[in-house]
Design a protein around this ligand. Structure first.
Ligand code: CTP
Ligand code: MG
Length: 522
């Protein structure tokens, strides 16, 4: 069925609220023996606290959101730079603090409740799936277990806000915005944090109206191309993060990529971060995915299951390469849902026809216009179950004419492929680009083969959930990890799928390693 669609916020509203919230928030590394009550009492001296939570990442940390921004500077003014003995501290005023206990007392304290920031292990997932009531329930359960939580979203926006403070040393009016799966509603716990430096607010592009006969412009340095400007900006930011960024480690400058970026890990939040610049088109595609994800409650459940399936079957990887990415998979699911009859999702061209004047958006010559108020898009008349859609997805792409056709969510129908790349998915805004250009023939073949096999497995299953308490069924049958499915392949002819998975589950249960299904598809 369709989601409760009363009063859904626009993407830009959500981002603005989150950003403002993050600016009133601080990150604090805490000793394990802390008393939550005293900690909050101490911080409240600087102003009322809106909310807070604790989590674990290389030690205990707290996120504290004040009601007012002034409280942050008040806390900073009451903070000192440590002297660390042999080493020398580089003084850097930030919103990332350490709290120390003057007199660590030995009295028993209630243990701190930590908010979980990691995805469930594959064993936990299989367990959840086995106890679900129906295949639809399995897909919704998987979504609930993997989706980014409220706390995790706060942590992502805070991390961008902390990086913005560092970038602001060079560019005082900059904004660091998250994009990609952190904000497009398709992110799984543990996915990377994509962010970009937005310099448009510096006044470079939106000149103020001035009166009189004079026009003022900034005196600036010029370089031969936008690309070189980007590389110079990212190069100094990379240095700055490396030398002065609290908690930023493993800084890598990847400046010769098509989209130059600085990659680093932000230890206190536990995020792998990719920082680029002026990526406004990618932000628009994040907004588009956000709208698709909000239009119908089946969309995200299906995308998450397909992403988990692809990860469990080693079709995606955390290492960049010739494999399919999560972004491509999401586009394939959206396209498939546009092809149902009646469609579950509208085409991008249709969303463009609904756009108002305030939605008009041209970026670098590309028309990125579509409606931003999703409350004005009428719900789908399609009532197919998730179970049916999952089977049909595998069936559809198991038989898709990848050799001739390109996937195009703008028109919602196949187009002739403009070039010979094995998998062609048109970038919805930069229409000359193929978002799956990296995928080679053998990875595509693997995808097709596994889609067919999964369609077949789901068709063999009788529709009812088995009565026995711990028996894999439905979605769990198509999720085993690659190494296990290799050994499965040998037993294929001897055992029916349910028996095979039962064996697999037993082998997983007896294995102590809690390897989680990885989440990033890069
Ligand atoms: N992007 C794009 N074209 C590509 C790859 C990426 O336009 N070929 C944009 C998309 O907007 C994408 C964002 O860059 O959402 C971030 O890319 P990536 O991190 O690879 O994908 P995510 O959607 O963030 O998914 P994941 O959870 O795997 O990180
Ligand atoms: Mg990403």
């Amino acid at each position: 069925g369709s989601a409760d669609r009363s009063h859904q916020k626009r993407f830009s509203e959500v981002q603005k609220e989150r950003r403002e919230q993050a600016q009133r928030t601080v990150l604090i590394s805490c000793p394990n023996k802390i008393s939550e009550k005293k900690f909050l009492k101490y911080l409240s001296q600087h102003g009322p606290i809106n909310n807070h939570f604790f989590y674990e990442s290389y030690g205990l940390h707290a996120i504290v959101e004040f009601c007012r921004k002034e409280s942050v500077s008040s806390l900073q003014d009451a903070t000192y730079t440590p002297s660390t003995g042999k080493e020398t501290a580089i003084p850097f005023r930030s919103r990332f603090f350490n709290v120390k206990l003057k007199n660590p007392s030995t009295s028993e304290k209630p243990p701190i409740q930590c908010s979980n920031q990691s995805p469930p292990s594959s064993r936990k997932l299989l367990e959840l799936l086995c106890y679900a009531e129906s295949i639809d329930d399995q897909l919704n359960t998987l979504l609930k277990a993997f989706q980014i939580t409220e706390e995790n979203a706060k942590l992502r926006h805070l991390t961008c806000s902390l990086i913005e403070d560092i970038a602001a040393a060079y560019f005082p009016y900059c904004t660091v915005r998250p994009f990609g799966s952190s904000v497009n509603s398709f992110g799984k716990l543990g996915c990377d944090l994509d962010m970009f430096l937005d310099l448009d607010e510096t006044g470079r592009l939106h000149a103020q109206k001035t009166s009189g006969n004079f026009l003022m412009e900034f005196q600036v340095k010029n370089v031969p191309s936008e690309r070189i400007a980007t590389q110079k900006i990212l190069s100094v930011l990379g240095e700055c993060l490396d030398h002065f960024g609290p908690g930023c480690v493993g800084v890598q400058k990847i400046l010769n990529a098509r989209c130059p970026l600085v990659r680093f890990s932000h230890q206190a939040s536990g995020f792998q971060c990719d920082l680029s610049t002026n990526n406004r088109i990618a932000l628009k595609s994040s907004e588009l995915l956000y709208i698709y994800g909000a239009l119908d409650s089946r969309v995200r459940a299906l995308v998450f299951s397909i992403r988990c399936w692809a990860r469990a079957r080693s079709l995606t990887s955390s290492i960049p390469g010739a494999w399919i990415t999560n972004f491509s998979l999401t586009m394939m699911v959206i396209f498939f849902l546009q092809r149902r009859s009646p469609p579950v999702l509208p085409t991008l061209d249709y969303l463009k026809t609904l756009a108002g004047t305030e939605d008009k958006c041209i970026i670098e010559g590309h028309n990125c216009t579509f409606i931003s108020d999703l409350n004005r898009i009428k719900p789908s008349g399609n009532t197919e179950t998730l179970e049916l859609l999952l089977k049909e997805f595998f069936e559809y792409f198991g038989n898709f004419a990848f050799n001739k056709n390109s996937i195009n969510i703008r028109q919602g129908r196949e187009q002739n492929k403009p070039d010979s790349s094995p998998l062609h998915i048109q970038n919805p805004f930069e229409t000359s680009l193929n978002i799956s250009k990296n995928v080679n023939q053998s990875q595509l073949e693997k995808f097709v083969e596994l889609a067919r096999e999964s369609a077949w497995v789901l068709q063999q299953e009788d529709q009812d959930r088995p009565s026995s308490s711990y028996q894999p069924w439905g979605l769990a049958l198509v999720l085993p990890s690659a190494s296990n499915s290799m050994s499965l392949a040998k037993k294929k002819r001897k055992l029916p799928p349910r028996e095979r998975i039962k064996n697999l589950l037993e082998s997983i249960r007896s294995d102590n390693t809690e390897d989680s299904i990885n989440t990033s598809g890069k």
